[in-house]
Every structure is written in structure tokens, then in C-alpha cells.
Design a protein around this ligand. Sequence first.
Ligand code: COA
Length: 315
Amino acid sequence: MTVEQNDLIMRPISGREELRLFSRLPYALNEELADDLAAGRRRPEWMWVALRGGHLVARAAWWSRPGSDSPLILDVLDIDNASDPDHMDIGERLLRTAMAATLPDGSRPPEYSRFVPPDWRENTSSRRTVESRMAVLERTGARLFVERLRLERRPESPVPESSGRLAFRPHVDTGELVALMALVLDGTLDAHGREALTRMSAREAAVEHCEGELARYTSPREWWRIATLPRGEAVGFVLPAHNGYNAIIAYIAVLPSHRGNGYVDDLLAEGTRILAEQDVPRIRASTDLGNVPMAKAFRRAGYVNFEHEINMTWT
Ligand SMILES: CC(C)(COP(=O)(O)OP(=O)(O)OC[C@H]1O[C@@H](n2cnc3c(N)ncnc32)[C@H](O)[C@@H]1OP(=O)(O)O)[C@@H](O)C(=O)NCCC(=O)NCCS
């Protein structure tokens, strides 16, 4: 499908042979596009370009789980010279055209996710670029949902030590994990968790998380650990995993009645140790900017905040 408006041509790319054209606007994800296409995490018809006189002036693309029929995240939106009002109009036109052609009629558009430098607010040029992209999204009805910290532990940092106060064991079955995942949603500072609780019960939210995000990790579930007190009472859990790109701490939580004792440090030490044993080049994690206790725990364990992530949603 090609849409022509004045001198602007908007269309999806034809296939991997147009990846060079698509990658003319810079973004770290450019390096992953070829593998994503090959693995079915992206489709050419979800990768839109706006061209003027043959030049790439804007682009938008969605990502999904391998083989999935519908896009899961809008993770590419770039506009050349974004702060120019005319270019913001181009960005809006491209996004509206691509959304209409790609997303099912009347459906809620998938979340927007964008990695930005950690100091984007302090740097005038980054701030202008990030804010104009957000303004384009707002024109189509999106609103800021949450800003997240992306964290990384490099192999040279020492593996954090556990205090020895807790014992660790694998989970018995999915039922046990879902029950614990439901309990830790009580009082959570995590925006996605809180939003889920506005739509469904804690148990339903836990099932959705388990069958959705956690189910797509192909790393062994034997890595997952339940932390217990010496007499066997569960205190929390840590779910180390591999997401196809990186080793990650997929989820970590302490039960409400055990919070404030520093147990998060023991859980994070255990999860980090399990992944470090796999000889991985790095371990990644993320948490909301507003989840200060979690962010502090990552910092104490030697994780460095290398990027932020902006999430925007449509209601
Ligand atoms: C984030 C979390 C793992 C921290 O675990 P923790 O073992 O309680 O961490 P800490 O003991 O370091 O306590 C963190 C802070 O919470 C405060 N706190 C104390 N009691 C608390 C309670 N009942 N509930 C919440 N926070 C409490 C502590 O005072 C501490 O503040 P301080 O750093 O200013 O001293 C835990 O709150 C949790 O499971 N939250 C829900 C799930 C979640 O957000 N996971 C992270 C997703 S990325």
C-alpha cells in the first residue's frame, strides 16, 4: 500500500532489501532489524517510511513476538529534523497512515517504547528530539505512561554477595509462582503492575504476566528462584532469564509483609549469580524511574543506568 500526499510518499518497505533505506535515520535498534525480520519479530508491512524526493524524512515500525500476527510495541518513530513544525506534521501524517493500515480497526494501539539517553533532559539537543517525538505521538492521542531506567551489569563488576539470611529453591509449579506474583502486586510501585490492577484482579494480572511476557523467554525455568526464611516461609522471588537479546532479571519482588528488610539485595545477588554463571557478556534489567527502592537496589548491586525508556499509551 502506498499513500501519496503532495510531494510525500508513505509506504511500508518492500523487504530486507530496503533495510538500508529504512536505517538512514540513526537509532541503536537499526543493528537488530535484519535479525528481527529473519526471526519473524518484524514484518516489512509493519515498517513504514515517508519519502520526499527519494529521501527518508520519517519512519515508524512495530515489533512483536516471533511469528505473531499482530504488532506488540511501536518501538521505532524517527523524524528527520524533528523540531521543524513541517517535519512534525510529516511525522504525524506517517504515523496516522501507518497505524490505519497496520492496526485492526478500533483496536487500542500497542504501547510506544523508545530508548533515550539517561541525561536527555539536561542535553538541549536530546531534549528537543525526544520532546518533539512525544509531541507527534500526543497529536495522535498517546500520553506518557511511564519513564523507565534501563540497567546493565558488566562482567567485570564483582558478583554481589548474598547475606546468607535466605535460602533459595526452584519453584514447585506455575501455580505457586502465580500465587506469589499476585501477592507482590499489593503496594507495587511499578506502573504496568498498577495499571493491570485497574483492569483485573491481582491473580488475573499475575496469570497474564506469566502467560504473556514470561512465557516467551526460552531460557530454562530452573533458573527461577523462590527465596525462603530458614523455616521455609517464602519471602520473594527472582526470575533470571534470557530474552533472545540479553540475559535479564525478568522479575524480582519481595512479599509485602517482608519489605523493608533489605531482602531485595539477597534476591538480586542470587539472580545475578545465576546469570553470571552462564558467562553472559552483560546482564540487563529495567525498572520504573519512580520505583526508587528497586533502582537503589540495582545500583547497590553494581548495575549501571545506561539509558532511559519512554513508554506512551493510547486509551
Ligand atoms: C521493590 C522491592 C523489591 C524492594 O524490596 P525490599 O526488600 O523491601 O527493599 P528494601 O528492604 O531495600 O526497602 C526498600 C524501601 O522500602 C521501604 N519499605 C519499608 N517497609 C515497606 C513496606 N512495607 N512496603 C514498601 N516499602 C517499604 C524501606 O523503608 C526502604 O526505604 P529506604 O531505602 O528509604 O530505606 C519491593 O518493594 C517489591 O517487591 N515491590 C513490588 C514489586 C516490584 O516493584 N518489583 C520490581 C519490578 S522491576
